[in-house]
Ligand binder design. Structure first.
Ligand SMILES: Cc1cc2nc3c(=O)[nH]c(=O)nc-3n(C[C@H](O)[C@H](O)[C@H](O)COP(=O)(O)O)c2cc1C
Length: 486
């Protein structure tokens, strides 16, 4: 009883303790009543931690354009935390360099790489898969999928074999991030026969791999993404968790699967309370994103990190996404300190209303050119043509004479460059920074206010991960104790 009082008294303090202090305080090692110790590494699924050789059931999610940088992946990997390199939007040469750097520092892992789907960039997806296979990258975080693709099935199938007892060995592991039940289902089943046939015909996989891939699900782990930074359907975690977990259980039975697919959660995880909620629901692991962007290791500008450190929960907004602009797909961004959300929405409205840039009323066109682009639409088009001539000439051929598609590419120039302006803190485009961020950033800032972590310059990804997990362990135990000591 006395211990419990001490426990609660120290609770607030413990909240911000580093793991060493947590252990020194002996809060972790004292058994109180019948409630044994709970350590940060006890949280989540043991199977998940073993499958990926991790210390914690905690993962750093991919952040495009190397915001989840090689440095971030290495720091987390050295602490036994899985982090996914943000390969989206990065050229194959730079991804290759990151692979070499990460493998040198983490010869035995853990690390993983993002395989991001874009319906307009199918060649880039296949190139990324080939690169990952060449370097034996055996864990990927697959995201933004609407349907499965041959590239993804190729990655999965080419790592399949049998051991001498006939058991299926899965070398290439897939952690799929989804927010919709239908897409979750595609990842939790074997792939469609048509993809497998195509891969076989192209000689990319063997007959044995073609047979084996029809006997396993595409993913080993499913991260359910709720209201997060970046691509999100803004779904409440407490609702979608139950539905996707139940679906996992049904499919496990239907396909008589050997291993249970892990279910993790992302979107809104940034404080001990939110992570506790996830683990209490039964999540096998938690994934963070927004909070890591404000850390020292993040591949973005000091300006962005300083903006992020003062964000409130309400300082975010949904805005059109660059990669699937024409389809009306949206991303969650920071609205404080940037006009991106408003301006990108304006461009989308113009795209919907008009068939050509020549149809846009003169005053509106001038406003966009002067305030958003800083140059004429014709100049942007010339830049776009030069860019695609070098990178993807087929895209220009596809546009052909379509004025509507030309307009989309001109507007996507703004949407595509705005994250890079933010990363470089480009002064010319100060009002247009596209910074992906979820409400979790504001919750984190509130949790750490009046502590050393209030300043972005003190934020390190591993320290934050450990303090968060320590906080969960403390809260978890407090909740159990509350049941015994009234
Ligand atoms: C700046 C930023 C960039 C992101 N880029 C990607 C990406 O390229 N691929 C991906 O799978 N997820 C991406 N995400 C999502 C994160 O990996 C993670 O799932 C999400 O941020 C978790 O929710 P939270 O923002 O509430 O922490 C990004 C998130 C942020 C904040």
């Amino acid at each position: 009883m006395q211990n419990f009082a001490k426990y609660l008294q120290n609770f607030k303090k413990t909240y911000y303790l580093t793991k060493e202090l947590f252990l020194k305080e002996k809060l972790a090692s004292d058994t109180i009543g019948i409630v044994p110790t709970i350590l940060p590494e006890d949280l989540g699924s043991t199977d998940f931690k073993q499958a990926y050789c991790l210390k914690y059931a905690y993962m750093g999610g991919s952040m495009a354009n190397e915001i989840s940088s090689a440095e971030m992946v290495i720091s987390m990997g050295k602490a036994g935390i899985l982090c996914s390199y943000g390969a989206g939007g990065v050229s194959p040469k730079i991804i290759e360099k990151a692979i070499i750097d990460i493998q040198k520092e983490l010869p035995n892992g853990p690390y993983c790489f993002n395989l991001i789907h874009s319906p307009y960039e199918t060649a880039a997806e296949m190139n990324a898969v080939k690169l990952y296979l060449k370097y034996n990258i055996d864990i990927i975080e697959a995201s933004a999928y609407i349907n499965l693709t041959p590239s993804l099935v190729y990655y999965r199938a080419s790592g399949l074999s049998r051991d001498k007892n006939g058991n299926i060995i899965i070398k290439n592991k897939v952690i799929a991030k989804v927010s919709r039940t239908k897409i979750a289902q595609r990842f939790m089943e074997p792939p469609s026969k048509k993809f497998v046939k195509k891969l076989l015909e192209e000689g990319l996989i063997t007959q044995e791999q073609a047979d084996l891939v029809m006997q396993v699900p595409i993913a080993d782990s499913i991260t359910i993404e709720a209201d997060s930074g970046g691509h999100t359907d803004n779904r409440p975690l407490i609702s979608i968790y139950t539905v996707i977990k139940n679906l996992r259980d049904q499919l496990h039975e239907k396909y008589n699967l050997k291993d249970k697919i892990h279910i993790g959660v992302a979107g809104g995880i940034s404080t001990p309370h939110s992570a506790l909620a996830a683990f209490s629901m039964g999540a096998d692991y938690v994934v963070t994103g927004s909070i890591n962007q404000s850390c020292i290791e993040a591949g973005t500008s000091e300006h962005v990190k300083n903006l992020l450190q003062s964000v409130l929960v309400s300082d975010v907004a949904m805005a059109p996404a660059a990669d699937m602009f024409e389809m009306g797909v949206r991303v969650q961004v920071l609205k404080k300190g940037s006009l991106y959300a408003v301006r990108a929405q304006k461009l989308y409205d113009l795209y919907i209303r008009y068939d050509s840039i020549n149809d846009i009323p003169k005053n509106e066109k001038l406003k966009v050119e002067k305030q958003f682009f800083g140059k004429t639409m014709e100049a942007v088009w010339q830049e776009t043509v030069a860019f695609f001539k070098e990178r993807d000439p087929a895209k220009l051929e596809k546009v052909g004479d379509s004025e509507k598609q030309k307009m989309a590419l001109i507007f996507r120039w703004y949407l595509g460059l705005s994250p890079l302006w933010a990363r470089k803190a480009d002064k010319e485009h100060k009002s247009d920074y596209q910074i992906w961020c979820g409400p979790s950033m504001g919750a984190f800032n509130d949790w750490v206010k009046n502590t050393d972590l209030a300043l972005a310059e003190n934020r390190k990804v591993v320290d934050i991960a450990e303090r968060l997990m320590v906080g969960v362990a403390v809260l978890y135990r407090e909740n159990i104790l509350k049941c015994f000591f009234k």
